[in-house]
Design a protein around this ligand. Structure first.
Ligand code: ZN
Length: 60
């Protein structure tokens, strides 16, 4: 497999990191930090610019 294959377009908004954990600053009672998982609105958490339906078509 070539390492620089560009057959999978990466979302430019999140650069592939579609789901980001954000610390809210608050902490739970056990001391762990409270985090929110936010999905990129452009790719809707897929990390790619093309929708899932288009990717499925491209494989055929
Ligand atoms: Zn994205």
């Amino acid at each position: 497999m070539p390492q620089h294959a560009l057959n999978t377009p990466v979302c430019r908004d999140c650069d592939g990191f579609a789901t980001v954990a954000i610390t809210t600053g608050t902490r739970h009672r056990d001391g762990s930090r409270s985090t929110l998982r936010v999905a990129c609105p452009s790719c809707k958490g897929t990390g790619h610019t093309a929708p899932a339906a288009a990717l499925t078509r491209a494989e055929r």
